[in-house]
Design a protein around this ligand. Sequence first.
Ligand SMILES: [Fe+2]
Length: 93
Amino acid sequence: MLSATPFRASWPRAMRFSTSSGTVTLWMRALIAAAQAIEHYEITRYGTLLAWAKQLRLSEAEGLLQETLVEEENADEVLSELAEDAINPAAAA
Ligand SMILES: [Fe+2]
């Protein structure tokens, strides 16, 4: 059975990045990137659905889709800030 702890202890120094809030590993950076890719996909889908709702004059759906689109854009912004902190430790100081 695989254990994460010994593997983590053996991570090369190049895979660890120190920031003001602690150590960020390459795995954390990969998770942030994957989460951001999902947000980008959601933004494209909700953007398309919002355009369709406008064309079809579905005002109730338009309002809900606009609200959801803003939530997805905000999540993307938070992930961008995390990624920038992870990539540029000086910016996080
Ligand atoms: Fe999302």
